[in-house]
Design a protein around this ligand. Structure first.
Ligand SMILES: *Cc1c(COP(=O)(O)O)cnc(C)c1O
Length: 454
């Protein structure tokens, strides 16, 4: 299987090259040349354990890593999880919750980043060479990326976060990691400043080459691929009850895009509901066909405080008939004017629909679900549960749980009126030694810090 760019100006890449490259050199996102079809294999896949299913799916997409090695990479990636089946399913009244927060940093990003770290280590060991990962975070991505690559001897990771603007717990999850290849910097500026710094570093091709820069954000194809597994797994587990619908708390569109792919791979997936917070660019798009940029609103579900979803380009590519020229035109129109219209999108709500949930409803949902079921939701998962209640589906409805409630104790405890949101791994962070640098928001200082790192 080879990987092509949505923008059509990159020669096809192998899987390993796609993983190391991240964003395509033409500025597009990488996708497989074709989507493997699993529809005739459902009977043998249905009884498989999570890790075996993962190996079956990965080997249809990866032909430059032997299956035996894939098996070992998957085993190593998921041995850090505290649930043997990686993504357990709980019943919540008539609905289901797919718990993706059993990894080392308690957010769904671990499912993909644990695997990505193992892939980086494996590919670099065989080829030789080093990677300097540069990432910006407003919370969950930084700690999950660090947990994925800590201790690798051919990878250094440098994480930028806005000084004083990530939650104290999330900062400790990053800055208490003792491994020498981990470097965290509080940047005197906003999250947007951090992202701008990363973007200008990656756009400087001479710098990118000299520092061997690598990316771990959700444009990396391996992250999407890893995420398709839990949709396949859940749809096969519940598929006897009818085609399975998913409601996904959405920010950069990476998680729900994996669900869309699982549907196209022939797994028994029915409707997909995009659940947004007050940043409602996607709900507006899915009801009107107009994709229109707005200002970022800060909410109690901060991992979704995003206006322009980077993975949306992959979805748009398929919507526009896999035509890179039409896609490029749409992206240019969006970049120039902040708006693009996609004819026909709003006409297909039976496949994908979207809804926005505000902070008040998030808090009420956390409280209500706790009182009815004794089940504690994090604010992001609460958005999915609230959104799912507005839709009727013939088969099972699965709400995707993207974080453990203990990651957001202020909001969760206030919503239920008691201090319930705890997790031993987060309690254990308090009092540990902290390592972090402080930088001004300019590229010279960031590059200087990266070059000075051991
Ligand atoms: C990253 C994140 C999301 C958003 O996922 P996308 O793939 O960016 O749509 C939702 N919830 C939590 C807790 C997250 O960390």
């Amino acid at each position: 299987m080879r990987y092509i760019s949505t923008r059509g100006d990159t020669p096809p890449l192998s899987f390993s090259d796609a993983v190391l490259t991240g964003l395509a050199p033409d500025g597009g996102l990488l996708l497989p040349e074709s989507i493997p079809d699993f529809s005739s294999r459902q009977a043998d896949l249905a009884g498989m354990r999570y890790s075996s299913l993962a190996v079956e799916i990965f080997s249809a997409y990866i032909d430059d890593i032997p299956k035996q090695d894939l098996k070992e990479l998957v085993r190593a990636a998921y041995e850090t999880f505290d649930a043997p089946d990686v993504a357990p399913i709980s019943a919540l009244g008539e609905r289901y919750v797919l718990e993706l927060f059993h990894g080392p940093t308690l957010a769904f990003k671990d499912v993909a980043l644990q695997l990505l770290g193992k892939l980086f280590g494996y590919v670099l060991e065989r080829r030789g060479g080093q990677l300097n990962i540069l990432a910006a975070t407003s919370g969950d991505t930084g700690s999950a990326a660090i947990a994925g690559v800590r201790g690798l001897n051919n990878v250094n990771i440098h994480v930028l976060f806005p000084d004083g603007r990530v939650s104290p717990l999330q900062e400790l999850q990053m800055t208490t990691v003792p491994d020498e290849n981990v470097h965290c910097y509080a940047v005197r500026g906003s999250f947007d400043d951090c992202q701008r710094l990363i973007k200008s570093a990656f756009e400087d091709l001479e710098l990118k080459d000299r520092l061997h820069l690598g990316a771990v954000n959700s444009v990396n194809w391996a992250r999407v691929l890893a995420q398709t597994v839990y949709y396949a797994y859940a749809s096969l587990r519940l598929g006897a009850l009818g085609p399975v619908s998913f409601t996904v708390p959405t920010g950069n569109f990476g998680n729900i895009f994996a669900a869309y792919l699982a549907r196209r791979m022939g797994f028994p997936v029915d409707r997909l509901i995009v659940a947004s917070n007050a940043n409602n660019i996607l709900p507006v798009y899915f009801t009107s066909g107009a994709y229109r940029r707005g200002d970022v609103h800060h909410t109690v579900a901060p991992a979704m405080d995003i206006q322009v979803a980077s993975n949306f380009e992959r979805y748009l590519y398929y919507r526009l008939g896999c035509d890179p020229r039409a896609l490029k035109q749409a992206m240019k129109q969006f970049a120039d004017s902040g708006t693009v219209d996609v004819p026909g999108e709003a006409a297909e709500p039976e496949m994908m629909a979207a809804i926005a949930v505000d902070d008040d409803e998030i808090r009420r949902t956390i409280d209500r679900i706790w009182r009815h079921y004794g089940y504690l939701l994090d604010p992001h998962t609460a958005i999915a549960v609230a959104a799912s209640e507005r839709f009727d589906c013939a088969g099972p409805m699965v709400c995707v749980a993207t974080a453990h409630p203990a990651k957001f104790p202020e909001t969760v405890d206030a919503a239920v009126g008691q201090p319930l949101a705890r997790h031993p791994s987060l309690d254990a962070l308090k009092g540990k030694p902290v390592r972090r640098g402080v930088l001004d928001a300019n590229l010279t200082d960031v590059v200087g810090a990266m070059e000075a790192a051991p």
